[in-house]
Every structure is written in structure tokens, then in C-alpha cells.
Design a protein around this ligand. Structure first.
Ligand code: MG
Length: 261
């Protein structure tokens, strides 16, 4: 007998154009789907690309999606973004996508983590922030191969060159999708590179630790990014999970996951 688990989620959302004429980031944060997309291809194309991807991903709210379902939706999103008209013949519309879907795997409440590109998903557990997605970028590859020091990556001139995207030039996409069991007190952070270009992981961790309210935390992270001189669209989702064991009630606003009988 696996005990039933209830996962209660509280979400904070903040986004800002950071002085640009448009916001090419898009987000969805409801019904168990918490995702950010950062569009590319010139502002109208970028906005359309990120919105198209997020609209596809929000369909993961239905049922309890598994890794295969997430891969299928990401491939559909890729084809939809590829089908968008290119306003600039040298830049096809494309977008990153990163985030979590609250689901269940083998009777256990899990985050289904997904990622394509260099937006990021982090988890803070026990006050320690850890990036759980791997950036699909030239610089991340160079860091992995030991060519560029991790400490230099944030300022590398090619840090914005992504190696995977939804849409863009490549016919296929190979998304990263994996499970993370939900633990009581998990705080997930999903963000565009507008945040991580300006604030170090240590600074982000400090802000998240200082603010128990997810909306206040999200607002403070965006404010800190702008104060640091951020000039890229910035989007932040803070997703807090509380797990209650043994409860079979389902109060309003509580996402309930039954982990078997
Ligand atoms: Mg960006």
C-alpha cells in the first residue's frame, strides 16, 4: 500500500520587458503546468514562437502525462513553431521552453521536468538551489568539455547561441524530459535567461530563501534583475509544493495526486 499524497501548489509569476519594445517571453502557470518560453526571430516572430510553444505545452494539464507524452507535445510544438512564417529570411522563428508539469510516476507524485534551449528550471530543497536542467547552448557544451571555465560562462560572448530550440533551423528536436519526485517544501524556479544573465545562482538562492511568499519572491527576483541593469525580457515562475501524507480531502485550490490505494 502506497500512502496517498496530496500536493498543494502555490505559484508566483513575474515578467518584464526590461525596457524592450516587446516581451518575447511567454509563460503558463496553472493547472499543474508551469512553463516559460523565450522566443527568438525578431520581436513579432519571437512573441508568436514563444506563445505557440506555451499553448501546445498547456495541453499537458490533461491527465497525468508521462515522459512519452511530454516528448510528443514538445515535438508538436516544434512543428507548430517551424510552420510559423519567417519575417526575416535569415532568422526562422524559434523558442526555448523549460519548466515542470505536476504528474505521477509509478504511484509517486513527481515533477515532469522538460527543457529545450537555455531557459532554466531550478529546484530549491533544504535552502539549497540547484539547476536541474542542462542548458542547450554552445557555452554550456564548452564548459562541459572543460574549454571554458564555469565562472566565465555567464560573460562569454557566445552565451546566447542555443544548440537546441523549438522551431528554428533544425527539422527535428531532441527535448530533455525527466522525472523528479516531489518532496515536501520543494520550491521550483522556472526562468528565462533574462534572469540568469544578470543574477548569479547564489544571489537567486538568497532571494528565494528570504521570501517565503512565492509571488513576493518572483517580484523581487525581477526587481533585482532590473536593478542590476537587465536589458533582456525576464520571466520568473516560483512554484512551491507542500505534500500532505494520508489526507484524502481535496479542498478548493489544491491539486491532488493519489499515489495508489
Ligand atoms: Mg532571453
Amino acid at each position: 500500500m502506497t500512502p496517498a499524497s496530496s500536493v498543494r501548489v502555490a505559484v508566483g509569476v513575474a515578467t518584464d520587458r526590461a525596457g524592450r519594445s516587446s516581451n518575447e517571453d511567454a509563460l503558463h502557470a496553472a493547472d499543474g503546468v508551469y512553463v516559460v518560453a523565450d522566443g527568438m526571430g525578431g520581436h513579432e516572430s519571437g512573441e508568436l514562437a514563444s506563445r505557440t510553444a506555451v499553448d501546445a505545452l498547456r495541453t499537458l494539464a490533461e491527465g497525468s502525462p508521462d515522459l512519452a507524452a511530454a516528448r510528443a507535445v514538445l515535438r508538436t510544438a516544434h512543428q507548430k513553431v517551424r510552420a510559423l512564417p519567417a519575417r526575416d529570411k535569415h532568422r526562422r522563428p524559434g523558442t526555448t521552453a523549460s519548466g515542470v508539469v505536476l504528474s505521477e510516476h509509478e504511484g509517486v507524485a513527481c515533477w515532469l521536468v522538460l527543457n529545450v534551449g537555455d531557459s532554466r528550471t531550478y529546484r530549491m530543497a533544504g535552502g539549497v538551489l540547484e539547476q536541474v536542467t542542462r542548458d542547450h547552448s554552445e557555452v554550456a557544451d564548452l564548459v562541459e568539455r572543460g574549454v571554458v571555465a564555469r565562472s566565465d560562462a555567464a560573460h562569454h560572448p557566445r552565451r546566447h547561441v542555443v544548440t537546441r530550440a523549438l522551431g528554428g533551423r533544425s527539422a527535428q528536436v531532441e527535448p530533455d524530459v525527466f522525472w523528479l519526485p516531489v518532496s515536501p517544501g520543494d520550491r521550483m524556479l522556472v526562468c528565462s535567461d533574462g534572469l540568469t544573465d544578470e543574477l548569479t545562482d547564489a544571489r537567486i538562492e538568497a532571494e528565494l530563501k528570504a521570501q517565503p511568499d512565492p509571488q513576493v519572491a518572483a517580484d523581487r527576483l525581477v526587481a533585482a534583475t532590473l536593478a542590476a541593469g537587465g536589458s533582456d525580457n525576464v520571466t520568473v515562475l516560483v512554484v512551491d509544493a507542500e505534500v500532505e501524507h494520508g489526507s484524502r480531502s481535496n479542498p478548493t485550490g489544491v491539486v491532488r495526486i493519489l499515489a495508489g490505494d
